[in-house]
Design a protein around this ligand. Structure first.
Ligand SMILES: Cc1ncc(COP(=O)(O)O)c(C=O)c1O
Length: 400
């Protein structure tokens, strides 16, 4: 099943064009295989500069190891409680999501660990998950290693389509849905408030459990925010987040906001599976939130990403980009699948590495596809500009 919007690209793909571009589909990046002079825009990392100063200060503020033995210990219940409180404050201040009860929050080692925890709780013996036809490659990998089947749901310029969700749920019988409604990966699109209400109604009428991947929420400018599924249907929504995109991935600070009735069981499972947030990560995150630094880094990150999107629009022109996409660390170039694969191979020869188009596509033979450009991964705006200038000419030529 392909993403059906014409805006997402169309056209055939051949076996030979796929072979020329042998990146890792599972990890969504082949940075281990690329040469030293290649600009790597394949991995979806945020710019690292906005957090650098705050993290240096936070690390200095960690009590010295000799004086503070708890730093060498397992995370205490008191620390984990403070961590949940800090997540609740972050959700309110950085994401505009007020009143999250800290008791519903389970700290995890990044969002991917949170997604894993939800999958294991909801589908302990495999099964099926409804999922965007183009999705986060890490989720594909998590499902794959658990024998969970992903059922593709078609997308449009606002992401997941309610009618397609309902049809796929009825056709397949799947009762778990992975939603990514803010700055969707890989398209970068955001669902409006009206679209979210429609999707929430479908989830209720078909009795779906929802894993809401909200990892990009803090990057949305306040004007573009809309109610989350966790706010609309809290009793059936397992919301997953982290600060990997808005502060820094190395922080390993993530969480699941579970339906209240399931929170204690999920906390117990996270202990059992060793997926709790680490003690040092928790300390640093709590320090950043309680000092107000986390919110400042997030504002700098939004400004940096806005500037990078302006560079992309200037160099590539708006007609190459997906209309309506927001300030994510990634952007999407809609292309026919065959052309996306050929263009990626050509760009690799010219010194720019983009994500393998097969990484996010549930149906790797689907006609509609595109190329994801991780604009956050460039080491600077200047390096991004250099890569985009290399991309501009082959992108405009129809024979690539
Ligand atoms: C949609 C989505 N969810 C989850 C993650 C993983 O987040 P983390 O690095 O916190 O594990 C990513 C990272 O690319 C992502 O794009």
């Amino acid at each position: 099943v392909a993403a059906d919007s014409a805006a997402l690209g169309d056209g055939p793909i051949t076996a030979s064009s796929r072979q020329r571009c042998a990146g890792s589909v599972v990890f969504g990046s082949n940075s281990f295989a690329i040469g030293p002079n290649v600009i790597d825009l394949s991995l979806n990392r945020p710019p690292l500069q906005p957090a650098a100063r705050a993290l240096r200060q936070a690390l200095r503020a960690l009590p010295s190891m000799r004086a503070d033995l708890p730093l060498l210990d397992y995370a205490s219940d008191a620390l984990l409680e403070r961590y949940s409180g800090a997540v609740s404050r972050w959700l309110a201040e950085a994401c505009g999501q007020a009143d999250t009860d800290p008791r519903s929050i389970i700290g995890s080692n990044g969002a991917r660990a949170g997604l894993a925890l939800c999958l294991d709780a909801l589908l302990p013996r495999g099964g099926e998950v409804l999922c965007d036809a183009l999705t986060y490659s890490g989720f594909k990998a998590l499902a794959n290693t658990r024998g969970v089947n992903l059922i593709a749901v078609e997308l449009d310029e606002q992401g997941c389509r309610p009618d397609a969700l309902a049809a796929a749920a009825k056709r397949s019988g799947a009762r778990t849905w992975l939603a990514c409604l803010s700055l969707q990966n890989p398209l970068g699109v955001t669902a409006s408030a009206a679209r979210r209400l429609e999707l929430a109604a479908v989830a209720e009428s078909l009795d779906l459990q929802v894993i809401e991947d909200d990892v990009y929420a803090a990057l949305l400018p306040p004007m573009q925010r809309a109610p989350t599924l966790a706010e609309l249907i809290p009793e059936r929504c397992w919301q997953v987040g982290s600060v990997s995109k808005a502060i820094a991935p190395a922080l390993g600070a993530g969480w699941v906001r579970a339906p209240m009735a399931h929170a204690d069981a999920l906390r117990a499972r996270s202990y059992a599976q060793g997926q709790l947030v680490g003690a040092w990560n928790a300390q640093v995150f709590v320090g950043l939130v309680e000092s107000g630094q986390a919110q400042r880094v997030c504002e700098d990150m939004r400004a940096e990403l806005k500037a990078r999107h302006a560079i992309a629009r200037d160099i590539l022109g708006t007609d190459s980009l997906l209309p309506g996409a927001g300030p994510a660390p990634h952007l999407w170039l809609p292309l026919a699948q065959g052309r996306a694969v050929r263009l990626r191979a050509r760009l690799l020869e010219q010194g720019v590495c983009l994500t393998d188009p097969g990484a996010s596509n549930l149906d790797v033979s689907a006609a509609a596809s595109g190329l994801r450009v991780c604009i956050g991964a460039a080491t600077s705006g200047a390096e991004l500009g250099k890569a985009l200038l290399i991309m501009r000419t082959p992108l405009k030529r129809l024979d690539t």
